[in-house]
Design a protein around this ligand. Structure first.
Ligand code: ASP
Length: 334
């Protein structure tokens, strides 16, 4: 029995805001990534290889906030985060703030396999990737018009925005001291969430034919982020986790997921309380994160290959398939 699930981000994904063409594109991209990982698992590949391949496929697609489609920072750069973890041996690797690596998830794997570290960041992580010959890309590769427009909008509103529905206000006292692409106005009033806000952090979890589990997550983080902000994605236990019981990849307001140690909490509830994967995930997503404003969701698989894809937002780009079964591709609450 093998199983794979992927996500392309969660948030206020209003049916009305997604044209039929856009929806088709998202579904096709999810299907391509799912098939990439599924075919590997079917041919006997390790869960770690399958999740890396699925995430790479999503990183190469400009629709998602990871790799090529990564959102812009306040200064108009891209700072990408990624992590992956292998469950049976608890090995993990992560990068944060990489600017040039085409596939940050590959850099995360390098950290895991070629260094004694777990998390490397900023120029050092790009440097490691360069040394090992990973493809690097110039800034233009990561340019996408809609992300650029999102930054301009966020700068005008003077706020930081997750690649999710809820914008996070920047208090006036934190107003930028330097002028980036456009001088932002100081934030004064709370602003309503923008229903058209694009979503897109990506992730994958898998159980392979040998019973091993793995998880991988990759993101551009938050539009207009500053001060080298780091979300939950590259923090092992917060946005990404795998052990012998479960593999988890999260998407949502990273700060909440960090404070909740969300991914690891699922594993803890299973281990210490004996809960099923589904129950543990429900508690974390609905009972713990949702009440405090931690909008988002996660994808999870357990040692038996059972998959669950809970979220407390309006939608989550997601897809899954277990050995011999049909592929599920979904966006909204069904
Ligand atoms: N969790 C990511 C972060 O906070 C964002 C996302 O999932 O869209 O960086």
């Amino acid at each position: 029995m093998f199983a794979l699930a992927i996500h392309g981000g969660a948030g206020t994904i209003a049916r009305a805001s997604l044209s039929p063409d856009a929806e088709r594109e998202y579904r096709a991209a999810l299907e391509t990534a799912l098939n990439t990982g599924y075919d590997l698992l079917r041919d006997g590949a390790a869960a770690l290889d399958a999740v890396e391949a699925a995430v790479r496929s999503l990183e190469d697609c400009p629709l998602f906030n990871a790799g090529r489609g990564a959102v812009f920072t306040h200064e108009g750069h891209h700072e990408m985060d990624a992590a992956l973890m292998s469950g049976h041996n608890r090995l993990a690797g992560a990068v944060t703030g990489v600017r040039q690596v085409q596939n940050p998830i590959r850099a995360a794997r390098l950290v895991m396999e070629k260094t004694e570290h777990v998390l490397l960041g900023y120029p050092g992580a790009d440097e490691l990737a360069r040394e090992y010959g990973l493809p690097l890309q110039p800034k233009e590769y990561f340019f996408t018009q809609h992300r650029y427009n999102q930054l301009q909008e966020a700068l005008r509103e003077g706020r930081m925005r997750l690649d999710h529905s809820q914008a996070r206000p920047v208090p006036a006292t934190e107003a930028p001291a330097t002028a980036p692409l456009e001088e932002p106005e100081k934030f004064t009033e709370p602003v309503e969430p923008d229903p058209n806000w694009k979503k897109g952090t990506v992730g994958a979890v898998a159980r392979d034919q040998h019973g091993h589990l793995a998880a991988a997550t990759s993101t551009g983080g938050m539009t207009n982020k500053r001060y080298s902000r780091i979300g939950d994605t590259p923090i092992i236990g917060a946005g990404t986790w795998a052990d012998e019981r479960c593999a988890i990849s999260c998407t949502g307001n990273g700060e909440y997921f960090i404070r909740a140690v969300a991914a690891y909490d699922v594993a803890c509830l299973m281990e210490y309380k004996g809960l099923s994967l589904e129950e543990a995930c429900r508690i974390v997503v609905q009972d713990k994160l949702a009440p405090v404003g931690g909008e988002g969701g996660l994808i999870a698989v357990d040692a038996a290959g059972i998959i669950t894809l809970p979220f407390n937002s309006e939608g989550m780009y997601r897809a899954s398939r277990v050995a011999g079964g049909e592929a599920l591709v979904a966006i909204y609450k069904e």
